[in-house]
Design a protein around this ligand. Structure first.
Ligand code: FAD
Length: 382
């Protein structure tokens, strides 16, 4: 993020505040709502607008678990961490549903299916369910036959998962916070001073006792400490016009590289296939491409042929933030502990976001983040 000299012809007056939250996505909005409960003078700044980043551009799936299957997570993180991760996502799901219900934004406990597209994936999912049951996660049911009867090679059904309207939830949280929101306000520098952190933004400057970054994929563009820690990944999606009902569940398949749902007004929303062009999709550019959109259409034609004639009314892209171990980063900068962050959601911010934000709040209250503690990856800087 940068701002040209000509865009700030006059230095703005510096306003003193308790907390500046940077990023008006779901995580920034949730943090603002929670911090406002402590009666702080709070300002939320966003370079775009409310839910202008990933929070307004995702698939809307509210799933238990992370991008890895339980079996793959077991391999990567070990037993105790995998179990703790799933417990956290269960708590997150319930907190997300309760928050949406409290604020009156759309939420459905429509269930989820994680589907296999190959024999190897089928075997991994079957093994995952066995491991989950052994760990007490008995909501997950293994179906050796395709639960959707569409040609998938088995799948996991979790009746308690759901879907949310993420942009409306973000906006409702911000309204609830009562925080001053300034849109179209890029933050381009954070300067540590003795009496606070000077937040320099386009047309505004704040001297804050605390700065909370909820900038997800864009974090490295503001803070060089994150240059090797967060990599952007573009996700592409389309939505059809209202279509005949074909699907109840939030659905996830091909190792999570494809995801889909049918909304209450019966639009079929389908996204994914970043894995077909990893290099090209490692970008901040907000653009859809023929390569990926055509593959999404081919997926629709293969598994939901009756929808091929339904017009595709919207195509869009959004930017996710990937970390090297697939988990978010929560913590404070070592060089200035007044600067805190909850970022790096690896395409699962609806499934993880509230609990990551809660870890940050506990750190701000004098505790330490646990599962998502940034220092696991960052050594000296953070
Ligand atoms: C295509 C796609 C599909 C997805 N599907 C799902 C899904 O189905 N389920 C799920 O759980 N997750 C999904 N995700 C991931 C989920 O959307 C994100 O993890 C979540 O929205 C992250 O929220 P956030 O508030 O951290 O980030 P964002 O919503 O990206 O918000 C960050 C905000 O920070 C602002 N910002 C950044 N830098 C600055 C700066 N310097 N100054 C001012 N403002 C700044 C940006 O403008 C942006 O508004 C998907 C993501 C994408 C892109």
């Amino acid at each position: 993020m940068s701002v040209g000299l000509w865009q700030t012809p006059a230095e703005p007056a510096v306003e003193a505040v308790n907390t500046v939250v940077i990023g008006a996505g779901l995580i920034g909005a949730y943090l603002a709502a929670r911090l406002a409960q402590a009666n702080q003078r709070l300002v939320v700044l966003d370079a775009r607008h409310v839910a202008g980043g990933a929070s307004g551009r995702n698939g809307g799936l509210l799933l238990t678990g992370i991008a890895h299957s339980y079996a793959a997570a077991y391999q990567q993180y070990g037993h105790a961490t995998t179990r703790a991760l799933w417990q956290v996502t269960l708590r997150n799901r319930e907190a997300m549903i309760a928050t949406a219900q409290r604020l009156g934004t759309p939420v459905r406990r429509c269930g989820s299916t994680i589907l296999a597209c190959s024999d190897a994936e089928s075997e991994e999912l079957r093994e995952s369910v066995a491991l989950m049951h052994a760990d007490g996660f008995t909501d997950a049911e293994w179906h050796a036959d395709d639960p959707l009867n569409r040609g998938f090679l088995g799948g996991i059904v979790n009746a308690a998962d759901g879907a949310i309207q993420p942009a409306l939830l973000t906006a409702a949280l911000l309204r609830e916070s009562g925080a001053q929101l300034i849109s179209a306000c890029e933050v381009y520098a954070l300067e540590s001073q003795a009496n606070g952190v000077l937040v320099r933004a386009r047309d505004h400057a704040f001297l804050a006792q605390r700065v909370v970054l909820a900038t997800n994929a864009w974090t490295p563009l503001l803070l060089p400490e994150f240059a090797d820690l967060i990599v952007p990944g573009r996700g592409q999606v389309f939505a059809t016009a209202p279509a005949p009902p074909v699907l109840q569940h939030s659905a996830y398949c091909d190792y999570g590289f494809v995801y889909f749902q049918q909304t209450p007004d019966k639009r079929f929303v389908l996204g994914g296939y970043r894995n077909l062009a990893f290099e090209q999709e490692r970008t901040y550019a907000d653009q859809t491409t023929a390569l990926i959109q055509e593959q999404l259409e081919a997926f629709l034609a293969r598994y939901f042929p009756e929808l091929v004639a339904v017009p595709i009314e919207r195509r869009w892209s959004g930017t996710m933030a990937f970390t090297s171990d697939g988990l978010p980063l929560v913590g404070r900068l070592r060089r200035d502990e007044r600067i805190a962050f909850a970022v790096g959601f690896n395409g699962h911010g609806l499934g993880l976001g509230i609990m990551a934000a809660e870890e940050l709040l506990s750190e701000l209250a004098g505790g330490t983040a646990e599962l998502f503690m940034a220092r696991r990856l960052m050594g000296a800087a953070l």
